[in-house]
Design a binder for this molecule. Structure first.
Ligand code: ADP
Length: 612
């Protein structure tokens, strides 16, 4: 989870909001307070000056109205000067009196006495004389740069505005003091604000912590939960909204933990069911992408999990050319997947079932795969076998029918033809009996309904007896060459069955050997196995067919083999019998050069020596 930046944290935000609110509140109070204070101080200052001026004003008017009859009395300027001198106080910078022609009659301050008699060029004085009212303003003193309050008041002959103007009084008072006082108060106020801010920040931090601590605790728990740790609990600090949220959060954690463990147990169960199944199982999402595939399915498809996950199911099953995912969803019948390569058949059967919600919304598809190669092979062999048997039986039966028809049509009367025809039907009947006998024998072997009667025999003698039998009865000029060892070798065999095998091999060798050919017989011992060899130099078998001559009904040249009375089952029976003895049978052949049939039999050396 993302870390919360310092300035983005609720804690800092709360403190900042708190501070801003306090600053704004203090500012509003401060501005209002300072304004009120300023007006108040200014009014007080001006009122006190005004009251004093009124007194001076009165004295000056009295002096100016005095008739200058008394010669002993000092001149008006001196008298006025005395009044002004008496009046001068610290907060009055300058005070002077002008007559109605704007000439200065008296002025305060020893340095200013030179100005007496000169014209006063103050704007306020002129205005006061001409308008006959009081004028005042605050301005900057050019010399000191301090604020001064300037007041000009007309002096009339009578009290009140109706009298004639005799002159005016001009007072310049030092109002800067008031402003200095104000800025001092301002400073005290600012210090107060700063102090209260510091205190409120500290308090803010503490108050905000009581809110943010449980929240940050819950945040940490949510982070732990996302990592799968449900053991953590949020501390409950109280029963307020945050406390209740913490309780609810803890409750939620418990429920989540329970749900998680249930899901986990279900998941494990499902995983173990899936992995222990012998069938392959593939699950897809609603778009047909593979989200789950078990081990047997990967083995059946010869694929890896990395390459199959997230791939479309139709393409993994090799069905994308024929079916879309939509088709597979609606597929009711199983589909056979043919992965056969050259001669190796490999067929899988896929059954599909849709994962659907109650609303009918398709959530995915489950495919179950099984290997039906063996079953298909058996089915195919069975079909082939039935076809072969029918064919093998039909051929002699058709032949017999045509001969019998010919006989019935009157050929039986012909002494020359009738015996030949009857002979043919007899041969065909015998071949059919042989065929049926062979089939019965094979069927017995298939159903394991036979038992081998083992006998301990000296192989050399046993083999020689069979060869002798053939040598005596043979009709062709074929040389029998015996390459048999001198030493005696004993084997545990069913002599009847093995005689049948050797008979079959020798009769084949005779059948496919030309007149004047040789047939060699021999056996050796290799790795506790007796290896028997019967070799001819007849017509041979084409290389590509050598492996198939032990299959049922397989004949290299059908017509020829049949004409020789073969059933095509002789070597198939031989293979079954040799394998039942625990041996192997195979052929080596070169077309036109000859054929060698080998078979092996288990040979127990120790037992053989005991016998000797
Ligand atoms: P059949 O009864 O036709 O001989 P087998 O099972 O004994 O049936 O033999 C199968 C086929 O193998 C024969 O039809 C023949 O084509 C071939 N075969 C067997 N032995 C030889 C051999 N020695 N030389 C050439 N072909 C042989």
């Amino acid at each position: 989870m993302q870390k919360v930046g310092f300035f983005k944290s609720i804690h800092v935000k709360l403190v900042l909001i708190y501070m801003l609110l306090i600053i704004i509140a203090l500012q509003i109070i401060g501005i209002y307070f300072m304004k009120q204070l300023e007006t108040n101080l200014k009014t007080n200052f001006q009122d006190s000056i005004r009251q004093r001026i009124e007194l001076v004003h009165y004295s000056i008017r009295e002096e100016m109205l005095k008739k200058e009859s008394d010669d002993t009395a000092p001149p008006l300027e001196v008298r006025l000067g005395t009044i002004l001198h008496e009046f001068s106080t610290e907060d009055i910078n300058k005070i002077y009196v002008v007559n109605n022609r704007n000439r200065i009659l008296a002025i305060s301050g020893a340095n200013n006495q030179s100005l007496v008699g000169q014209r006063a060029n103050e704007e306020n004085i002129r205005k006061a004389i001409s308008a006959e009212t009081m004028f005042d303003s605050i301005s900057l003193d050019r010399d000191t740069g301090k604020r001064v309050w300037v007041l000009a008041s007309p002096i009339t002959e009578t009290v009140g505005p109706s009298g004639e103007v005799m002159g005016a009084v001009y007072v310049e008072s030092n109002i800067e003091k008031v402003y200095e006082q104000l800025s001092e108060i301002n400073r005290i106020f600012a210090a107060g604000i700063a102090m209260s801010l510091v205190i409120t920040i500290i308090l803010g931090i503490l108050v905000a912590r009581t809110i943010t601590r449980p929240i940050s605790d819950m945040r940490k728990q949510a982070q732990a939960m996302s990592r799968g740790n449900y053991s953590r609990k949020v501390r409950v600090y109280g029963t307020d909204e945050i406390g209740q949220l913490a309780i609810a959060f803890n409750h939620l954690t418990n429920r989540l933990q329970e749900a998680q463990s249930t899901t986990e147990a279900e998941r494990r169960k499902l995983a173990s069911v899936l992995s222990n199944m012998t069938d392959g199982v593939i699950a897809t999402d609603r778009k047909g992408k593979i989200i789950l595939i078990n081990e047997p399915a990967l083995e059946l498809l010869h694929d890896s999990r990395e390459t199959t996950l997230n791939r479309p199911i139709a393409s993994v099953l090799g069905l994308d050319q024929e079916y879309s995912f939509e088709d597979l969803i609606h597929m009711k019948e199983p589909v056979n997947l043919d992965f056969s390569m050259n001669d190796a058949p490999y067929i899988l059967r896929a059954n599909f079932s849709v994962i659907q919600k109650e609303t009918g919304f398709v959530n995915g598809l489950i495919t179950v795969l099984h290997d039906i190669t063996e079953q298909e092979k058996i089915d195919m062999e069975r079909r082939e076998f039935v076809a072969n048997v029918s064919h093998e039986l039909r051929t002699p039966l058709t032949t017999m029918r045509s001969y019998l028809e010919a006989l019935a049509d009157g050929a039986w009367r012909d002494e020359n033809i009738a015996p030949t025809f009857l002979n043919v039907t007899q041969t065909e009947t015998e071949r059919m009996i042989r065929l049926v006998n062979d089939l019965l024998q094979l069927s017995k072997m298939d159903s394991q309904e036979y038992e081998l009667n083992f006998e301990f025999v000296e192989f050399n003698k046993f083999f020689t007896r069979i060869i002798d039998r053939f040598e005596m009865s043979k009709s062709q000029h074929v040389e029998f060459i015996r390459l048999l060892p001198e030493k005696s070798y004993y084997v545990d065999i069913d002599t009847d069955k093995l005689t049948q095998v050797i008979d079959n091999i020798i009769s084949n060798a005779l059948k496919y050997s030309p007149d004047g050919g040789n047939i060699r017989f021999g056996f050796t011992v290799h790795d506790n196995m007796l290896r028997v060899m019967i070799s001819d130099d007849g017509m041979g078998i084409p290389k590509e067919n050598v492996g198939r001559i032990f299959d049922r009904f397989y004949r290299v040249d059908r017509a020829r083999a049949r004409s020789m009375g073969g059933t095509g089952l002789g070597l198939a029976i031989a293979r079954e019998m040799i394998e039942a003895h625990g041996g192997k049978i195979w052929a080596e052949s070169e077309e036109g050069q000859g054929t060698t049939i080998f078979f092996t039999l288990p040979y127990a050396l120790d037992e053989a020596e005991d016998w000797e």
